[in-house]
Ligand binder design. Structure first.
Ligand code: ATP
Ligand code: MG
Length: 137
């Protein structure tokens, strides 16, 4: 059993798609073990996407991520990291497979509705950044 970190991004919360996205996680066998709605500060968004700070889309990405509240979650299941990324679909919705969250809901490569951790180390870091031990059972 593995845990991963997920964000339902501003484009999706704004369009009231949280429930439909969570349903896709659950249908894929992922359990929601923690969930809350927050709004990132610019400093938090810049820290979270720090690996992308030299990329041309960094400023736009951070502004987008603070533009509306987001829903941060911890998902649990067998191979949760890979399973979550499979349900999310490719980063660019134009490349995303049928039935994936990004195929159905994403607006563009930037406003692509969801984030999911890409490895066990980043999952652990991201979970610890957003959730305290008390919030995780
Ligand atoms: P995430 O890390 O959000 O789960 P990912 O791992 O599929 O998505 P990354 O390459 O890590 O994609 O990029 C992080 C985020 O940066 C993307 O989800 C997207 O919102 C944004 N992004 C990536 N590439 C571009 C681009 N070419 N133009 C604009 N935004 C982009
Ligand atoms: Mg990524």
């Amino acid at each position: 059993i593995q845990r991963t970190f997920s964000i339902i991004k501003p484009d999706a919360t704004k369009r009231n798609l949280t429930g439909q996205i969570v349903a896709k996680f659950e249908e894929a066998g992922l359990r929601i073990v923690a969930s809350k709605r927050i709004q990132l500060t610019l400093a938090q968004a810049q820290h979270f996407y720090g690996v992308h700070k030299e990329r041309p889309f960094f400023d736009e990405l951070c502004e987008f991520m603070i533009s509306e509240p987001i829903v941060v979650q911890v998902l649990e299941g067998e191979d949760a990291i890979a399973k979550n990324r499979e349900v999310m679909g490719a980063t660019n919705p134009a490349d995303a497979a049928e039935g994936t969250i990004r195929k159905e809901f994403a607006l563009s490569v930037g406003e692509n509705s969801v984030h999911g951790s890409d490895a066990p180390e980043t999952a652990a870091e991201e979970i610890a950044f957003f959730f305290s031990g008390l919030e995780l059972v």
